[in-house]
Design a protein around this ligand. Structure first.
Ligand SMILES: Cc1cc2nc3c(=O)[nH]c(=O)nc-3n(C[C@H](O)[C@H](O)[C@H](O)COP(=O)(O)OP(=O)(O)OC[C@H]3O[C@@H](n4cnc5c(N)ncnc54)[C@H](O)[C@@H]3O)c2cc1C
Length: 475
């Protein structure tokens, strides 16, 4: 028997961890080395927010294990086999990664391990149901959420594993967390120009224990209000589990088990977990959708470019568009590294359909700043909003940020919380472009960047042109 290696990636927990159980079994009592690889390929495009939260989660994990994680730096296809050789391990256990780059990396690591007589063993996934396994009757991937959910639902209830006894082994690290801070952000897009950098002042408490405590509090006190509360911008109506699911501090199986039952907002909450699974499935079965339109008929959409477009993008990212709800949303992202779901939809729609800027620009900024930034949910969330993705409704869905504020922030509490210049301006004026046209205030708040009505018309024109051009090529 030989020790095994548990290579942690997006599974930074000890509970409900099938790969950990298998690592123990395969070690035959010799012990398990916990490894984390500091890989520039994955850290470079992550902004400082997620890197900071990730470090916190790794520290929390070490504390729970009672031994330090082994941190090794470099290409996993070199680093992982080298550690296996060093300690004589024949099994390296991982939780499966289903995103395109992760899959390619794992194939390289598996092949390098095989060359030295060792194995990469993948167990489970960051999802309750593995991407690629929910299929239509004709055995095709599903591109419509409701059809996916019907088949996904019957795959539960899921078995939740407890925390096992583990003989953890220490192996020396060759790097430290500070290096992660340096690597996280080396691939900052030029488009961001002078946009503010650095992590937000406040981040959620990292780690598995924090995730479990949040889940318990949410299920005990707030899930019943979730159906309605989740859309009210000023209310703490959602779970806040996003970052923990992102890094696997908690598994969706555990979340689904805790939210069983029909009462209150439970079914709606489980349905939101299903959106996460659906988007991972879409990305797995259509990997091109990371960058390209999922729907070919919208691939030819016309976007603005050039200096003026780039400056408008930065106005949007700084929260200086003169549209109060959009600015509140973007400033929440800067300040807290997160954003309310409805605010994500409204601010994304504004970028795409009122500023006519490419959804990929916005998706990059979100990925840079979001603590729960996740390739599948982010890219598909943006594509949904752009009308290029899984949204069954056509491009006519153009969120009006004033109407959205009137409905979901009627008192302007969310806007007031993030847009300081508008303090003291009451609703309904504060919901209007410019914080209320014609108001006699001395605010330094910017004038609206665009006219909402005119740009809505322009968006409809562009979408119709893209659709017609596609039809012309296919008939
Ligand atoms: C343009 C855009 C970009 C987005 N980018 C991301 C992202 O990078 N990472 C991310 O996790 N979510 C993303 N979302 C989805 C959603 O906004 C967040 O999951 C949610 O706001 C997180 O808050 P919460 O944990 O309190 O959610 P809750 O409402 O408590 O939901 C529980 C969990 O369900 C999942 N979930 C909820 N809504 C969605 C959804 N619409 N799509 C996919 N999963 C969902 C999340 O894992 C969430 O943590 C995006 C949505 C849009 C419109």
């Amino acid at each position: 028997m030989a020790p095994s290696i548990l290579w942690f990636r997006r599974d930074l927990r000890l509970g409900d961890h099938p790969a950990l159980h298998e690592a123990i079994r395969r070690s035959g009592g010799e012990g398990v080395v916990p490894l984390f690889v500091v890989d520039e390929t994955f850290l470079g495009p992550s902004g400082p927010t997620r890197v900071e939260f990730l470090i916190g989660c790794l520290e929390a994990l070490s504390e729970s294990m009672g031994v330090p994680l082994t941190l090794r730096s470099g290409d996993p296809a070199t680093v992982v086999p080298a550690l296996a050789k060093e300690i004589g391990a024949r099994s390296v256990l991982v939780t499966g990664d289903f995103a395109p780059e992760g899959l390619a990396r794992d194939a390289r690591v598996a092949s390098a391990l095989q060359d030295q007589g060792a194995e990469l063993i993948s167990m489970s996934s960051p999802y309750a149901v593995e991407p690629g396994t929910v299929r239509s009757e004709k055995d095709l991937p599903l591109k419509v959420f409701s059809a996916y959910r019907r088949r996904w639902e019957v795959r539960g209830p899921h078995v939740v594993l407890g925390v096992p006894d583990v003989k953890w082994l220490e192996a020396p690290s060759d790097t430290e967390y500070e290096v992660m801070r340096r690597l996280g952000g080396t691939r900052r897009p030029l488009l961001f120009g002078d946009l503010p950098d650095g992590p937000p002042a406040t981040l959620p408490q990292p780690g598995e224990n924090a995730a479990l405590a949040i889940l318990e509090e949410f299920i005990d006190d707030r899930v019943d209000d979730y159906g309605e509360g989740r859309d009210i911008l000023e209310r703490n109506g959602t779970s806040g589990l996003g970052p923990y699911l992102r890094f696997g501090c908690i598994h969706p199986r555990t979340v689904l088990a805790a939210s069983q039952g029909a009462g209150g907002g439970r079914a709606t909450f489980r349905s939101e977990i299903c959106w996460r699974e659906f988007y991972a499935d879409v990305l797995f079965t259509a990997p091109h959708s990371v960058r390209d339109a999922l729907q070919p008929q919208m691939a030819g959409l016309e976007w603005d470019g050039g200096e003026r477009a780039e400056e408008r993008f930065r106005c949007w990212a700084r929260g200086e568009t003169g549209i109060p709800l959009v600015d509140a949303a973007m400033r929440q992202l800067l300040k807290e590294g997160t954003m309310h779901n409805r605010a994500r939809m409204v601010s994304a729609s504004f970028l795409i359909k009122h500023l006519h800027l490419d959804w990929r620009w916005g998706a990059r900024w979100f990925m840079w700043r979001l603590v729960d930034g996740d390739l599948a949910s982010n890219q598909q969330g943006w594509q949904w909003t752009a009308g290029t993705g899984t949204d069954a409704a056509p491009f006519h869905r153009i969120f009006n940020p004033v109407a959205q504020a009137q409905r979901f922030d009627p008192n302007g509490a969310y806007i007031h919380r993030y847009v300081e210049e508008l303090a003291g301006i009451p609703a309904p004026d504060v919901l209007q472009p410019g914080g209320g046209v014609g108001l006699l205030h001395q605010s330094s708040y910017p004038a609206p960047l665009v006219d909402l009505k005119a740009e809505r018309e322009e968006a409809l024109r562009r979408y119709a042109a893209a659709r017609d051009a596609y039809r012309a090529t296919t008939t």
